[in-house]
Design a binder for this molecule. Structure first.
Ligand code: FES
Ligand code: MG
Length: 598
C-alpha cells in the first residue's frame, strides 16, 4: 500500500506529520473518541468522506442513511477508513421559499468540509434535485477523487390501476380539482399515491434527470442511476461505490479527469434522449464553471435540439422509474446514441473505463420504455434557446409540446412555428394564484401568461412557478395549457411547454420587467426569438421610467443567506452560481493544504 514513489495522501498531513507532532497528536486524539484506533488512523489507509445528504428533513435522500452502511463496508473492505459527515439538507418539496436558494449554500458547506478535513476521496450521496449539482459542484471545486452514489427513484406509484408519477400527478390533479371532478380529500389521496416508497421522484423530473446525467458525465458507476431506491441492487451498488472510491484514490482519478467538455456534450445529448428537465442546463452550467469547462447555454441547442426522445417516462411519456431501470437505464440510452456516433466514447468514467467501453454492449430490455433511435417517441426533442428583447436567453423544452398545443399555436400555414398574443403579467406566484380564475383578467386561448419576479434574485433562489394552469373556465372548455413565459424555473415533472429560466430576470432589469399586461409578444420557433411587439423607443422609455422609480420591485430578504446570495448570485443561463466562486478551481491542487488549526 505505501509505495514510496507515490505522493503522500493528503490525510497524512493531519494524522502523520513528523514535522508537527503537536498537531498530529491533536488531530489524532479526537478522531479516536468514538472507536477508531491509533493504529488505523496512522496506518496510511485512505480516509474516505461520505457526504451524507439524507435526513428526516430530506426524505428523498433519507435512504442514504441506510445505504451508507454498505458504502462503509465497501470502503473498509478495500482498505479505506470511512468518515461520514452531514450536508446542509435540501428537500425539493419541503424548503420554503425554494430549495433553489440552498444549492449554493450546500455547495459552500461541502467545499469547506472536503477541503478542510482529512479526506483523500469522497462519496457524494446524491438524489433529490439540488443535492446532485451541489455535490458535483463541490467535488469540482476541491477536485479530490470523488464518486457519486444515487439514492435511486421511488417505486412506481399506482392509483386505480394507473401509474401515478411524482409531480406529474399534481399538475393533473390540479386540473381535475379546478374542473370540479375531485374534491380536496381525493386530491390529497391521488397525489399521495405517487410516493409509495423511499427514494426520489419516480418521473423524469429533475432528480432522475440529474442522476442520469451524473452517470452520463461519468461521475457514478455505469448502470447505477436508474436502480430504484428499495431494490437490493441499490444496496449492492452502494457497496461497489464504496469499494471503487478507494481504488480511485490509489489511481488519483479526479473529477477534472472525468468532467471534460466531451463529457458535458455527452450529458447534453443524453438529456434530450431521456427527455430531461429544464433545470439541467442550469446545473450543468454551474458544474462546468466550477471545473473550468466552457459550456455556454447555446451548446444545449447546438448539441441537443435535433436529437430524438427515446425514453418513455412521464411527464413526456407514460412510464416511471422502475420501468426505466428494467428497460436498461442510462447504458441502454447511451448505446443507442453511440451507434449514431453521438457519444464521445473515450470520455473517462468513475470505474476507470471509458463510457464507450461501459455502454457498448448495453441493450434495451423493453422497447416500450426505451425506444430505439430509429423508432423514437419524438424527433427533435431537445431544448430550444430563445432570445430577443424579452431576454438574452431562455429555454423551451420542445418534447413536452402536446398535440393540442401544437395545433392551437403552431399550425398556422402562413406562419408555421410561430405564435403571438396578448400577455397577462403576474408578479410572483401569489398574484397568479389569487387572480388566475378572475374573468376580469380577460384571459382567452390566445393569451400568453407571464411570470416574473421568480428568478435567482427576485424570488430569491429562482422558484419553479413558471408553469401556470389556464383559468378554470378555459379548462372547462378543453383548453389545458396556455403558453407560459417566465424568469423562474419549472418543475421537471411538469409537462408544460413553458419558456423559462429567462435571463436576465426582471429583478436584474431584463426585458420582462418592462412588459405590461395587454402588450403583445411574439415567439418564433424557427428563428428562436421572443420579442415584445413594441418599438425600441418605447422600450427604452419604459426602462428609463422604471429605473427612475428604483427598478423592478421584489420582496425584502427574510434571512441572512437570502441577502448574501442575492448580492452574489448570477443568472440562470450561466448556472446561477455565486459569481466569483468559480475563480477557486481545483483547490486541492492549486491552494495546497489549509493551515493548521491551532
Ligand atoms: Fe426530491 Fe423530486 S422532490 S426528487
Ligand atoms: Mg422542483
Amino acid at each position: 500500500m505505501t509505495d514510496p514513489n507515490k505522493p503522500k495522501l493528503r490525510s497524512r498531513a493531519w494524522f502523520d506529520n513528523p514535522e508537527n507532532v503537536d498537531m498530529t497528536a491533536l488531530y489524532l486524539e479526537r478522531y479516536l473518541n468514538y472507536g477508531l484506533s491509533l493504529e488505523e488512523l496512522r496506518s496510511g489507509k485512505p480516509i474516505i468522506g461520505i457526504a451524507q445528504t439524507g435526513s428526516d428533513l430530506s426524505p428523498c435522500n433519507r435512504h442514504h442513511l441506510v445505504l451508507a452502511e454498505r458504502v462503509r463496508a465497501g470502503i473498509i473492505e478495500m482498505g479505506g477508513i470511512p468518515l461520514e459527515f452531514p450536508v446542509h439538507p435540501i428537500q425539493e418539496t419541503g424548503k420554503r421559499p425554494t430549495p433553489g436558494l440552498d444549492r449554493n449554500l450546500a455547495y459552500l458547506g461541502m467545499v469547506e468540509a472536503i477541503y478542510g478535513y482529512p479526506m483523500d476521496g469522497v462519496v457524494l450521496t446524491i438524489g433529490c434535485d439540488k443535492t446532485t449539482p451541489a455535490a458535483l459542484m463541490a467535488a469540482a471545486t476541491v477536485n479530490i477523487p470523488a464518486i457519486a452514489l444515487s439514492v435511486g427513484p421511488m417505486l412506481n406509484g399506482w392509483f386505480k390501476g394507473e401509474r401515478t408519477g411524482s409531480g406529474t400527478i399534481v399538475w393533473k390533479a390540479r386540473q381535475l380539482l379546478a374542473a370540479g371532478e375531485i374534491d380536496d380529500e381525493q386530491f390529497i389521496k391521488l397525489v399521495a399515491s405517487s410516493a409509495p416508497s423511499t427514494g426520489y421522484c419516480n418521473t423524469m423530473g429533475t432528480a432522475t434527470t440529474m442522476n442520469s446525467l451524473t452517470e452520463a458525465l461519468g461521475m457514478s458507476l455505469p448502470g447505477s442511476a436508474a436502480i430504484p431506491a428499495p431494490y437490493r441492487d441499490r444496496q449492492e451498488c452502494a457497496w461497489r461505490t464504496g469499494r471503487r472510491i478507494v481504488e480511485m484514490v490509489h489511481e488519483d482519478l479526479k473529477p477534472s479527469d472525468i468532467l471534460t467538455k466531451e463529457a458535458f456534450i455527452n450529458a447534453i445529448r443524453v438529456n434530450t434522449a431521456i427527455g430531461g428537465s429544464t433545470n439541467a442546463p442550469i446545473h450543468l452550467a454551474a458544474i462546468a464553471r466550477h471545473i473550468g469547462v466552457d459550456l455556454p447555454i447555446e451548446d444545449w441547442q447546438s448539441y441537443g435540439l435535433d436529437l430524438p426522445l427515446l425514453v418513455n417516462l412521464q411527464p413526456a411519456g407514460e412510464y416511471l422509474g422502475e420501468d426505466y431501470y428494467h428497460a436498461g437505464g442510462v447504458p441502454a440510452v447511451v448505446a443507442q446514441l453511440m451507434v449514431q456516433g453521438l457519444i464521445h466514447e473515450d470520455a473517462l468514467t468513475a470505474n476507470g473505463k471509458s463510457i464507450g467501453d461501459n455502454c457498448r454492449d448495453a441493450v434495451i430490455e423493453d422497447e416500450k420504455v426505451i425506444r430505439r433511435f430509429d423508432a423514437p417517441m419524438l424527433e427533435k426533442a431537445g431544448f430550444a434557446v430563445l432570445r430577443g428583447n424579452l431576454f438574452d436567453a431562455a429555454v423551451m423544452k420542445l418534447s413536452v409540446i402536446s398535440d393540442e398545443f401544437r395545433q392551437r399555436y403552431l399550425s398556422n400555414p402562413n406562419d408555421p412555428d410561430a405564435f403571438e398574443g396578448p400577455v397577462v403579467v403576474f408578479d410572483g406566484p401569489e398574484q397568479y394564484h389569487h387572480m388566475i380564475d378572475d374573468p376580469a383578467l380577460g384571459i382567452t386561448p390566445e393569451t400568453l401568461l407571464i411570470m416574473r419576479g421568480a428568478g435567482p434574485i427576485g424570488y430569491p433562489g429562482a422558484a419553479e412557478v413558471v408553469n401556470m394552469r389556464p383559468p378554470a373556465y378555459l379548462i372547462a372548455d378543453g383548453i389545458h395549457s396556455l403558453p407560459c413565459i417566465g424568469d423562474g424555473r419549472q418543475s421537471g415533472t411538469s409537462g408544460s411547454p413553458s419558456i423559462l429560466n429567462a435571463s436576465p430576470e426582471a429583478a436584474a432589469m431584463g426585458g420582462l420587467a418592462l412588459l405590461r399586461t395587454g402588450d403583445r409578444v411574439r415567439i418564433d420557433l424557427r428563428k428562436f426569438t421572443a420579442d415584445i411587439l413594441i418599438s425600441d423607443e418605447e422600450l427604452a422609455e419604459r426602462r428609463r421610467t422604471l429605473e427612475a422609480e428604483g427598478g423592478y420591485k421584489y420582496p425584502a430578504s427574510q434571512t441572512p443567506w437570502q441577502a448574501i446570495q442575492r448580492e452574489r448570485v448570477g443568472q440562470l443561463s450561466t448556472g446561477a452560481i455565486l459569481e466569483g466562486a468559480e475563480q477557486f478551481q481545483r483547490i486541492a491542487q492549486t491552494m495546497g493544504l489549509p493551515r493548521d488549526s491551532h
